[in-house]
Ligand binder design. Sequence first.
Ligand code: NDP
Length: 333
Amino acid sequence: TMASIPKTMKGVIMEKNGGTEVLQYKTDLPVPEPKEGQILIKNDFVGVNFIDTYFRTGLYPAPHWPYMLGRESEGTIVATGSGETYNLSTGDRVVCLSEATYAEYTAAPAAKATKIPDSLPPKTAAAALLQGLTALTLIREAYHVNKGDWVLVHAAAGGTGLWLCQLLKAVGANTIGTASTAEKVALAKKAGATHMVNYSQEDVKARVDELTGGKGVAAVFDGVGKSTFDLSLDCLARKGSLLSFGNASGAVPPLAIARLSAKNVKLMRPTLFNFIVTREEFDGYTQELFDFIVKDKMDVSIHETYALSEVARAHNDLEGRKTSGKLLLDPSK
Ligand code: NDP
């Protein structure tokens, strides 16, 4: 009930861009009020994503100051605002895509929240949502992967990468993944990559040529960005698709589109949020993701659950390539 909602909460805000020192952990932030079309969620788990680091550094500009990071969370609805709330009500356990999730409470758009099925442990749903939806929309819409396709996945042992490996296996693709260490190679193989290249030791293009008989791959899923862009183009087959969906190594610099004509390459810069604009899109993909997890027994790999007060260490680990799978925050600590 409303009476049990406190006035203040723990949360992390920033007043300027910079390194992890700009992340300010507070214990007395005002609990937000749900506006029209919003629900108030008491968060149990908050997902950390690479995009959070882009808003921290300023690669993506913060829309206002002070600014609270965070794009997803899992928790229980404690209040609902006016307007359409898609049959969600107080007491429902949900996952949501929202802004300002680095806190105990989030006023989230009801249109981007959904009930967690009984068959799914809430922590699994928490770890799955944003990166799982990214991987699913990438292999469906950015490039529709068919059985037997050869594809290349960079950072295959990362949070999004492990999802790509599992979903690509489920649709019957031949996946070549890249990673920086032997441990990450093993994790991505276990997730479903058919072939792995440790790029610290081996030449990626040479392995791709060897595996594809010199033809190259039909699609490259590239979330690394600046440092892999040219390699990704090189690894594509004629008429291949380059899906450049992130900037873990920095933003891809502008390029002359004439370069694409050498192999009639399609280039796309997709973002999850523009694949799930309507309620139908969000609902459809979320239910499909939950079905994949339950029916195909997908392994939702959690790297570590950090106390919210340790958010700086979480960012350092993610940016320092020390992680594999999902990083979560516990907002109660
Ligand atoms: P990851 O867990 O994949 O972590 C990033 C990984 O990238 C590292 O572990 C590392 O793996 C690799 N990497 C390569 N070069 C660098 C570098 N210079 N600095 C840091 N990491 C590097 O993170 P996420 O799953 O959260 O995100 C992966 C990418 O996908 C990001 O670019 C992110 O922005 C993007 N993304 C895009 C979305 C969209 O909608 N477009 C949605 C979600 C994610 P290794 O050690 O093996 O090299």
